[in-house]
Design a protein around this ligand. Structure first.
Ligand code: ZN
Length: 282
C-alpha cells in the first residue's frame, strides 16, 4: 500500500480552476497547484469507468514515485446498520464498488460514512457494523485490494462514528483505519473538539490503540462547519466558521502526522491553499 512520505494536501474533487474538468485534468491541475493529493468524489455515483482507471493509474505513478496520491469518498447512501438485509448488502456493494475503482486507479484510501444508530444502543450498532465489515472483507478479499478502507468520523450524534468507536473498529481489521474528520468531531459534539488539547487526545488515542504507524498513515477531512443542537448543518469556508484549523494543523505537525488531508470546504481549492500555506510555515 502507498505510504505518503509527508502530510499531503488535497482538494475534495477536481480543483475548481481546472480548465476542462475531468478526473485526468483534475489530477494534472492538482500537480500544477502544488498539492500532493486529490479526493475523487463518488458520493452520488462512481464516475470513473473501468476503462479509464488504468489510464489514471499510469498518470499518478511517475517514475516509481507517486506523483499524486488519490483517495475517494464512497456513496452517501450507506448504512451498515440498516434494518433490511438487502439495504445492508447494497451498502456493502457501494463500498466495494468504490474500493475496486480506487484500487484500479492506483489509489490510497477510500472513506465512507458507516451507519446510523436509528435509535439503537451504540454497542449493539457497533457489533452490527463490525459484522457487516467482516462480510465486506469476505467479499473484498476475493480481489485483495491494495487500498485502505476507512469509516469516517460523522457529523451528527445520530450517526455511528465517534472517534472512540472507529478506533476500536479499526483495531479489529488489518486494512481499516479511521478517516478523522476534525470538523465532524466538532459538530457532532456541538462545539467541543476545537482545542489543541482535544486534537491531541484524538492522535494520542490512535497512537495508543492502533500504534504509531497509524499517525504516519492518516486520511483527514477538514473544513469550516455550521452546526446546531443536532450536529452538522453544512460545511463553510474557514473564514466564516469557528473551526480552529490552525490548532488542527499545529497538532498534526507536532505529532509529525503523515498521509492525506482533504479540504472539504465549499471552496476546496482556495481553502486547501490556506491550509497548506499555514502548515508549510510551521
Ligand atoms: Zn464524508
Amino acid at each position: 500500500m502507498i505510504k505518503p512520505k509527508k502530510l499531503l494536501f488535497a482538494t475534495a474533487g477536481i480543483p475548481s480552476s481546472t480548465a476542462n474538468p475531468s478526473t485526468i485534468e483534475g489530477i494534472n491541475r492538482v500537480k500544477e497547484l502544488g498539492f500532493g493529493a486529490m479526493e475523487m468524489e463518488f458520493v452520488h455515483s462512481v464516475n470513473v469507468s473501468k476503462e479509464l482507471a488504468p489510464k489514471i493509474k499510469q498518470l499518478v505513478k511517475v517514475q516509481g514515485e507517486w506523483g499524486v496520491v488519490l483517495t475517494c469518498h464512497a456513496s452517501y447512501f450507506i448504512n451498515l446498520n440498516a434494518i433490511e438485509p438487502q439495504k445492508r448488502g447494497a451498502s456493502r456493494g457501494r463500498i466495494t464498488q468504490a474500493v475496486k475503482i480506487l484500487d484500479a486507479c492506483g489509489g490510497y484510501s477510500c472513506c465512507f460514512h458507516p451507519a446510523f444508530y436509528l435509535g439503537m444502543e451504540p454497542k449493539k450498532v457497533y457489533s452490527t457494523v463490525k459484522g457487516q465489515m467482516k462480510k465486506l472483507f469476505n467479499e473484498l478479499d476475493r480481489f485483495n485490494p491494495d487500498v485502505w478502507v476507512r469509516p469516517e468520523t460523522t457529523g451528527k450524534a445520530t450517526q455511528f462514528g465517534s472517534i472512540e468507536e472507529l478506533v476500536e473498529l479499526s483495531s479489529e481489521f488489518d486494512k481499516v483505519l479511521p478517516v478523522v474528520d476534525f470538523s465532524h468531531l466538532h459538530s457532532r459534539s456541538k462545539g467541543k473538539f476545537n482545542s489543541k488539547k482535544e486534537f491531541q487526545y484524538v492522535l494520542e488515542l490512535m497512537e495508543k490503540k492502533l500504534g504509531k504507524e497509524a499517525i504516519k498513515n492518516m486520511h483527514i477531512h477538514l473544513s469550516g462547519i455550521e452546526y446546531s443542537d443536532k450536529g452538522e448543518r453544512k460545511h463553510l469556508l474557514f473564514k466564516e466558521s469557528d473551526m480552529n484549523y490552525k490548532g488542527v494543523l499545529e497538532t498534526l505537525k507536532e505529532f509529525n502526522a503523515k498521509g492525506v488531508l482533504v479540504c472539504e470546504s465549499p471552496d476546496s481549492e482556495t481553502d486547501a491553499k490556506l491550509l497548506k500555506k499555514y502548515y508549510d510555515k510551521l
